[in-house]
Design a protein around this ligand. Structure first.
Ligand code: S3P
Length: 428
C-alpha cells in the first residue's frame, strides 16, 4: 500500500461543465454567476474566446461573472489543446459571428467533419476542411433533423447551440446517451429544448431563443476524481472525494470499479448537475469487460481504468471505444505502449484494448505521454505502485493543475525498511 488510508478531499471543477458555463453565459442576456469554475488551460481557452467575442468576464471572490451581449467577429481564436472549445464554438459561432479557429498540434489533427457535416446542412459557412484551422463565416441558419454518426456530446452540443440561433426546429437523435450537461444548462437558462429522455438516448429538439442569465454551480470533475478512485481501489484503502459530479451520463467509472470488486458508496447532495460525496474502498480487483452503451459514460476514464486493469487479477477487455484513437492522443496506442513499458501484458484492438493483469508488473519504466494530460496522470498513478515515471507533466495543466501536488500529498511518507518487522528488520 503506497497511499494514505482514509483520505478525504475534493477535486477542481468539471471541465465539460466549465466550458459550457462560460459559453452559454456569453450567449445569454444579463450576468451569469458561476461558482466552482475549473481554473485550467483548456477552460482558459474558452474564457479567452468568449472575451474576444464580446462577453465580459470578471472575478468576484470565488465566483466568475460572465455578461453576455451580441457577439462580434473575433478574428483568430486559439483553442490550444481543447477539443470542447473548438467543437462547441463551431456550432455557437455559425449563426452569430465569424472567427478563425486554430489549435495546437494535437487539436489540429482531430476530426472536425463530424461537426461541420450537420452544421453545413443547416446553412453554416466555413472555410477549411477536416481539421483546424477553420474559419467560420456567420450566416443565417435553418433547422434540420439529424442523427448522430458517432456518440459525441461535443457534436450534439454544437448542433444544439447552432439550433438556438436557427430558424425553425433543429432535432438531434443520438443512439447512445452521451453527457447531457449542455441540455441541463440550456433548460436552466430558459431554452425551448424538448427531450424524449434527458440522460438516456433519444431525440432532442430546440428552437431559436435568447438565453437568460443564471446562477450556475460547477461540480467537482469525476474525470479528475477517477485517478484517486483507482489509486484507492488498487491500494486497497478507503478514499472519499467530496462534492463530485455524479451525472449518470458520466459515472461509468464507478460502475466498472464496482464490477472489478471495489466497494463504492455514493452520498447524494442534490443539484441540477447532481453532486455527491463518493467513497471508494479498495479490495482485490478482478478483470472485467467494458463496452457498448457504457463507453460514452467513461470514455475519458479508460486510461486510468487500464491502470486498474494492470493491477487486477485476470483479463480486462475494452471494446466499442474506437473514439479513444482520436482524443488528445491515440489513447489506445498510448495506453498499450505505456503498459508494455511497465511489463504488463496488453494488446491494442481497433476499438479498444486488452489488459492481462495480475502478472508480474515490476519493471521500472519511463512512459511516453504523447503530450496527453490523461495519459500523464494515469501513469503517474501507476507510479504509486511501481517505479514508473512519465515523459512530461506539463500537459496535466490542461485539466488538473493541482494534480501533482495532490499526488505528493497522497503518498505515504517513506518508511525506513528497518521499521518493517515482517521483512525481518527490527526497530532500534
Ligand atoms: C466532452 C465530450 C467527450 C469527452 C471530452 C469532453 C465534452 O468528447 O471525451 O473530453 O465536454 O462534451 P466527444 O464529444 O468527442 O465524445
Amino acid at each position: 500500500m503506497t497511499i494514505h488510508a482514509g483520505l478525504r478531499f475534493s477535486v477542481p471543477g468539471d471541465k465539460s461543465v466549465s466550458h459550457r458555463a462560460l459559453l452559454l453565459g456569453a450567449m445569454a442576456e444579463g450576468t451569469t454567476r458561476i461558482r466552482g469554475l475549473l481554473d485550467a488551460e483548456d477552460v482558459g481557452r474558452t474564457e479567452a474566446a468568449v472575451a474576444q467575442l464580446g462577453a465580459r468576464v470578471e472575478r468576484n471572490g470565488g465566483e466568475v461573472l460572465v455578461t453576455g451581449g451580441p457577439w462580434r467577429d473575433a478574428g483568430r481564436v486559439d483553442c490550444g489543446n481543447s477539443g470542447t472549445t473548438a467543437r462547441l464554438l463551431l456550432g455557437a459561432l455559425a449563426p452569430r459571428a465569424g472567427a478563425t479557429l486554430v489549435g495546437d498540434a494535437s487539436l489540429s489533427r482531430r476530426p472536425m467533419r463530424r461537426v461541420l457535416g450537420p452544421l453545413t446542412a443547416m446553412g453554416a459557412r466555413y472555410e477549411g476542411g477536416a481539421t483546424l484551422p477553420i474559419a467560420v463565416v456567420s450566416a443565417p441558419l435553418r433547422g434540420g433533423d439529424f442523427r448522430a454518426e458517432v456518440a459525441s456530446a461535443q457534436v450534439k452540443s454544437a448542433v444544439l447551440l447552432a439550433g438556438l440561433g436557427a430558424e425553425g426546429e433543429t432535432s438531434w437523435t443520438e443512439p447512445t446517451a452521451t453527457r447531457d450537461h449542455t441540455e441541463r444548462m440550456l433548460v436552466g437558462m430558459g431554452a425551448p429544448l424538448r427531450s424524449e429522455s434527458v440522460g438516456g438516448p433519444g431525440r432532442l429538439t430546440i428552437r431559436r431563443a435568447t438565453l437568460a442569465a443564471a446562477d450556475l454551480v460547477v461540480p467537482g470533475d469525476i474525470s479528475s476524481a477517477a485517478f484517486w478512485f483507482v489509486a484507492a481501489a488498487v491500494a486497497g484503502v478507503s478514499l472519499t472525494i467530496e462534492g463530485v459530479g455524479v451525472n449518470p451520463t458520466r459515472t461509468g467509472v464507478l460502475d466498472v470499479l464496482r464490477r472489478m470488486g471495489a466497494d463504492v458508496q455514493i452520498e447524494p447532495l442534490g443539484g441540477i448537475e447532481p453532486v455527491a460525496n463518493v467513497t471508494v474502498v479498495g479490495r482485490g480487483l478482478r478483470g472485467v469487460e467494458i463496452g457498448g452503451v457504457e463507453v460514452p459514460t467513461l470514455i475519458d476514464e479508460l486510461p486510468i481504468l487500464a491502470i486498474a486493469a494492470a493491477f487486477a487479477e485476470g483479463e480486462t477487455v475494452v471494446r466499442d471505444a474506437a473514439e479513444l484513437r482520436v482524443k488528445e492522443s491515440d489513447r489506445v496506442a498510448a495506453v498499450v505502449a505505456g503498459l508494455r513499458a511497465m511489463g504488463v501484458d496488453a494488446d491494442a484492438r481497433a476499438d479498444g484494448f486488452v489488459v492481462r493483469g495480475g502478472c508480474d508488473v515490476g519493471s521500472a519504466a519511463i512512459v511516453e505521454t504523447y503530450g496527453d494530460h490523461r495519459i500523464a496522470m494515469a501513469f503517474s498513478i501507476a507510479g504509486l505502485f511501481q517505479p514508473v515515471s512519465v515523459s512530461e507533466t506539463a500537459s496535466i495543466g490542461t485539466s488538473y493543475p493541482e494534480f501533482l501536488a495532490r499526488l505528493a500529498a497522497c503518498r505515504e511518507p517513506t518508511v525506513s525498511p528497518r521499521w518493517w518487522p515482517h521483512r525481518g528488520y527490527t526497530a532500534g
